[in-house]
Write a protein that binds this ligand. Structure first.
Ligand SMILES: Nc1ncnc2c1ncn2[C@@H]1O[C@H](COP(=O)(O)OP(=O)(O)OP(=O)(O)O)[C@@H](O)[C@H]1O
Ligand SMILES: [Mg+2]
Length: 350
């Protein structure tokens, strides 16, 4: 992908909070010059649908305040997008462009009039006369709702990307493109959504969304202890302010986390079962729920490979304009915004 010009500002509007990252590149060195975090009230976004647009616009207004630069890269919710990897016969770019609508018709379960289709050739398997193509379909209505919201906050969305690819961008820039013998599992666990992206042969070989995340833990604590959302969230984060956590909390956390780790493992197994003799090399976890130690342990127990929290600061060093404590406490949550902030103003897209 050709890329030049200034970096866009990464804006990740999640179910739980908005995250903003701005990267400046100077002679090949990147620095994070801005990190913004704005918690959204509960029920602002439900199942990927923005219910309370006012709260989101208010958050964006606060985060951007008098900012001069307003060209942004936005994250679209996985709820509104479908990604499929398909095998096609080798053909020229022109032929491929002609063929794509026919393929989309078969693989995308929506009316093609309601979606925007995008695609990218992942790699060619010349010996088999085939190539793998990544097909992406985004629901027009939901994506334009999101863009309209950004416009309302006087922002200019130039790029729209997905969690899976933003995280992958951070991994490739921060840790390097995986070698031919590495198979890396990138698992992003937010509040309402978990995304699995497996990198093999240097590209994304498999992605899957799981409609589950940190909110499920909060919900179970609420239900078991008969407390409010805020109390349950506080218990999950380590206490009620005085550091007091009822004993049942860790049991509830373990139980939800176990189920989530089971769903993640099923995705990993599905990929591994269809990929010949590939074995997973490592797993990196990101998103706010990566802070839940029990989740990392539960993934490790199943996958039996090293499991680490993905560090977005390998991409860019924090400048003095960033509050280190704020960044530190939200670092796992900043990964998607950081990946978006790597995108450039003048990229060429397929
Ligand atoms: N220190 C922590 N310990 C446990 N859970 C945490 C911690 N910090 C954040 N979380 C949880 O992480 C989730 C928020 O993560 P994140 O900011 O990645 O989600 P989001 O991007 O807003 O949501 P989504 O991507 O699902 O739309 C919440 O469920 C929150 O409770
Ligand atoms: Mg998120």
């Amino acid at each position: 992908m050709a890329s030049e010009g200034k970096n866009l500002i990464g804006v990740d509007i999640g179910a739980n909070s908005i995250k903003v990252c701005e990267i400046k590149e100077k002679r090949g060195a990147r620095s994070l010059v801005r990190f913004g975090y704005y918690p959204l009230p509960p029920e602002t976004i439900v199942d990927g649908h923005i219910i309370n647009a006012g709260a989101v616009v208010e958050g964006l207004d606060k985060l951007f305040d008098k900012a001069r630069r307003r060209n942004i890269a936005l994250r679209a919710s996985g709820h509104s997008v479908i990604i499929k990897k398909i095998a096609m016969p080798l053909m020229t770019p022109g032929e491929l462009q002609e063929q794509i609508p026919w393929e989309a018709e078969q693989h995308i379960p929506f009316d093609l009039a309601d979606v925007n289709i995008d695609y990218q050739v992942l790699h060619e398997r010349r010996d088999q006369g085939q190539m793998d193509v990544l097909l992406v379909a985004a629901k027009k209505e939901e994506v334009s709702d999101l863009a309209n919201l950004a416009h309302e906050a006087r922002l200019r969305p130039m790029v729209i990307d997905l969690d899976a690819f933003a995280v992958q961008n951070v991994y490739e820039v921060g840790y390097g493109v995986p070698g031919p013998h590495e198979t890396i599992g990138l698992i992003h666990v937010g509040a309402s959504l978990t995304t699995v992206n497996i990198l093999a042969d240097g590209t994304s070989a498999f992605t899957r969304d799981i409609a589950n995340g940190g909110d499920a833990i909060t919900g179970e604590i609420q239900r078991h202890l008969g407390v409010s959302y805020d109390e349950a969230e506080a218990y999950k984060l380590g206490g009620d302010g005085r550091g007091i956590v009822p004993r049942e909390v860790s049991d509830v956390v373990d139980q939800v986390v176990d189920q989530l780790a089971g769903e993640i493992q099923r995705s990993l197994d599905f990929y591994l079962a269809t990929s010949g003799d590939r074995q997973l090399t490592r797993v990196f976890v990101s998103g706010g729920t990566a802070n839940v130690r029990a989740l990392l342990d539960a993934i490790h127990d199943r996958a039996r490979v090293p499991v680490d929290v993905l560090d977005p600061l390998r991409v860019a060093q924090a400048a003095s304009t960033v509050d280190p404590a704020e960044l530190q406490s939200h670092s796992a949550q900043a990964v998607v915004a950081m990946g978006l902030a790597l995108r450039k103003e003048r990229e060429r897209h397929v």
